[in-house]
Design a protein around this ligand. Sequence first.
Ligand code: NAD
Length: 294
Amino acid sequence: MADTAVLLDGKETSKVLLEKVAREASQFAQGDLPKLVAVLVGHDPASEVYVARKMKVAAQLGLASELLRLPDSIETAQLQAEIQYLNQDPHTHAILVQLPLPKQIDTLAVLQTVAVEKDVDGFHPENLGKLLMGIEPVAMPCTPAGIIYLLDAYKIPMAGKRVAVVGRSIIVGKPITLMLTHRNATVTLCHSKTRDLDGILRESEMIIAAAGQPGLIQADAVQPGAVVVDVGINRLPSGRLVGDVDFEALKVKAGYMTPVPGGVGPMTIAMLMYNTLRLYQYQQGLKVERLLLV
Ligand code: NAD
């Protein structure tokens, strides 16, 4: 075994997807471009950064994009009305609602309002339901789909592997559990009420950490040679960005691991762009490529 872990380079791997989107989008330049609309409620600093990056990458790829800013005080029904307007707009092909939403908003109701054929994050119940059934929806949740794509790019086998997923959100933990299960992994889905997390981690050959807790995954709870995917993005008081994993200790113990930043983040953005293109193709009656990730 190598002395240091192989870094799963999301920045490099995502280029393949981004180039594909740019190439295909250029074919539509004369007509109606694929358009991504991001809905941002309020001014959460992290959300501002994420949305700005998404808009920037969309523009770089030659996609049309728009940021719809709404006030922090908006109520669920008003937000739903804004989304319904976008659902009806023939020039909007992909709708992204930046999470988290303010406390007064019923997030699940809002996610269900996005038209299924414009649901670029794949959070609509029909899209999540398809994922449960092992049918690839047009758009799959970007972060987990990006992780599977990254693991495939490095030819890391999933079949038969014992995997611990830490975190059970519908953004990451639950959909990655389904995707890995379809790839024949044996998955333990852990969360804040899980007893003896470290014991479960020690028995796992692969760990997907998505809890948003810096330092949660320590090297003594990880098998030598394990595959460690760090989804967490946490800003320390010093301003430094870190994941959920003790990167320095694990890089001499894990077999493969993702850096933060530069691992899962770029894959998420690339998958968002790819989903925008696919939704556009689907709405235009064009052939939609299947990644067969599920
Ligand atoms: P969330 O806050 O919705 O859910 C966190 C989950 O972690 C919960 O299910 C909770 O039960 C679990 N958890 C919390 N503390 C735990 C503990 N001590 N032990 C075990 N489980 C624990 O989070 P989310 O939206 O899924 O995001 C998780 C992290 O991933 C955050 O840091 C977020 O910023 C990051 N994220 C990164 C990307 C990316 O592209 N890299 C995308 C989405 C989310």
